[in-house]
Design a protein around this ligand. Structure first.
Ligand SMILES: Cc1cc2nc3c(=O)[nH]c(=O)nc-3n(C[C@H](O)[C@H](O)[C@H](O)COP(=O)(O)OP(=O)(O)OC[C@H]3O[C@@H](n4cnc5c(N)ncnc54)[C@H](O)[C@@H]3O)c2cc1C
Length: 427
């Protein structure tokens, strides 16, 4: 039996290794269009590869998989984050868990994962062909007998080859045209748009705060910021730390919001109102908090306060934005209307997203092969028997934190297990 894996990234290698471990006799060939294998693994997690997450802070998978959470819930029963952890440790890649629940190689270097995959693929006898883009897959009919169907792969610069099984792991594709060779086979495509990007905000006063990090207190204490960003008039909102940059806003809360609202923002050409609640509390709670704070220090200049422990520069900026030239005033000089303005500044601070940030920092693609096109238990195509999908080519994507690699491992495991089982049946 012969299996082709199309794409030499995280999902492709994981299928190849799993398959050879289960079916040593299987001839497995991995085709990679570029000259580089595992290129995204190399750069992932700032070069450290955030390879999964403990999911300890996850109560609802839809919060971390805006697309594909139902399928992930089903498939993680077969290969979960715990299985990922055990798999890497068993294959001599010790892992560590950060306080934010992200999991990295203890070596703090993505090369540890790459070395592990290349070593295993070589020792298990996976054939690797780089510089080999697959341009088409053609099903070959079973010829009327009981034999299984086969699939022929075409290449622009090499003779076509025929396989019993093919797994497509070509990753996120920025343009729908790149998926035409798969839609031509009947697969429905969810149009691809970027996810996980930061926002350009045309506000010189905000940008002047570049480098400011506003931490996020998940416990909602009154003495620390709990930042929520939202698109007013929509259901899209996300919480987390924020980084003010020289082009606008970034950081976990912004990346998460860009993921939740990926399709909405694409449809609005990346122009939309944005609001920030810097406190995590509602207007009434913030009004009470400020009233108590000011009552305790009625003679202090407003600029010297640090409500919710916001960075001093940010508080000065918000104060000036809501009550210009008020920094030297004391709370005694504040009218009820002024307090209300401060309250709304802290709970619904308004900006306009002007565009996606100028850098190509999107990490994943929202969209791809529609989940209706595959069998949810095996990831086999409903249109083309013996063709499987795994990884980001599917319409599954997660927020930052190791969730995208977990999707790659889980879907790759599922496809490999299904191919192995089919092989035994067909033999
Ligand atoms: C900068 C960056 C940092 C990231 N950091 C993290 C992180 O820390 N944690 C996390 O969970 N996720 C991270 N991600 C996301 C993660 O890298 C991807 O979700 C994951 O790599 C997807 O794996 P994949 O195998 O499906 O696709 P890819 O890794 O994209 O691999 C697909 C491969 O297929 C090849 N290919 C494409 N078309 C063809 C063809 N026609 N024929 C042959 N080969 C083809 C491509 O060249 C590529 O090598 C990051 C992404 C980026 C861009």
């Amino acid at each position: 039996m012969k299996t082709a894996i199309v794409g030499g990234g995280a999902a492709g290698f994981f299928i190849a290794i799993q398959l050879k471990e289960r079916c040593p006799q299987m001839e497995v060939t991995l085709f990679e269009r570029s000259s580089h294998l595992l290129r995204k693994v190399k750069v992932s997690g700032g070069g450290r590869c955030n390879c999964t997450n403990t999911f300890a802070d996850v109560t609802d998978l839809s919060a971390v998989y805006p697309r594909g959470h139902r399928l992930m819930k089903r498939l993680m029963k077969g290969f979960s984050q715990h299985d990922t952890y055990a798999w890497f440790e068993r294959h001599d890649v010790p892992l560590i868990v950060q306080p934010d629940q992200c999991v990295f190689p203890a070596a703090q270097d993505s090369q540890a994962v790459i070395d592990c995959f290349l070593h295993l693929a070589n020792s298990l006898g996976v054939r690797i062909r780089t510089g080999c883009p697959v341009s088409a897959i053609t099903p070959v009919s079973a010829g009327g007998g009981f034999s299984s169907p086969t699939l022929t792969l075409s290449f622009p610069d090499a003779p076509a080859e025929t396989f019993d099984f093919v797994a497509v792991t070509t990753g996120g594709q920025p343009r729908a045209e790149n998926l035409r060779w798969l839609s031509d086979l009947g697969h429905e495509i969810e149009s691809p748009v970027p996810s996980l990007f930061s926002f350009s905000v045309e506000d010189p006063a905000l940008r002047a705060l570049m480098g400011t990090v506003v931490d996020h207190d998940a416990n909602h204490t009154a003495e620390a910021p709990h930042v929520t960003v939202f698109l007013p008039g929509t259901k899209f909102r996300a919480s987390g730390a924020i980084l003010i940059t020289h082009w606008g806003l970034s950081g976990p809360a912004i990346l998460r919001l860009s993921s939740y609202a990926a399709r909405y923002l694409a449809e609005h050409n990346y122009c939309a109102p944005l609001a920030i609640n810097w406190t995590g509390h509602n207007e009434e709670q913030v009004r009470q908090y400020l009233t108590d704070l000011f009552a305790r220090h009625p003679q202090r200049q407003l600029s010297t306060f640090r409500p919710y422990n916001l960075p001093a520069r940010l508080w000065a900026f918000l104060l000036d934005k809501s009550l210009p030239n008020s920094s030297r005033l004391t709370p005694l000089a504040l009218s009820k209307k002024s307090i209300n303005r401060l309250v709304s500044q802290l709970t619904s601070d308004s900006y306009t997203i002007a565009s996606r940030a100028p850098f190509r920092d999107e990490f994943v693609t929202c969209g791809g092969i529609a989940l209706t096109a595959i069998n949810p238990s095996t990831l086999e195509s409903r249109h083309c028997p013996h063709l499987f999908f795994a990884g980001e080519v599917l319409d599954i994507d997660g927020v930052t934190g190791g969730f995208n690699f977990q999707a790659a491992w889980t879907t790759a495991y599922t496809a490999a297990a299904a191919i192995a089982q089919r092989t035994r049946k067909d033999e």
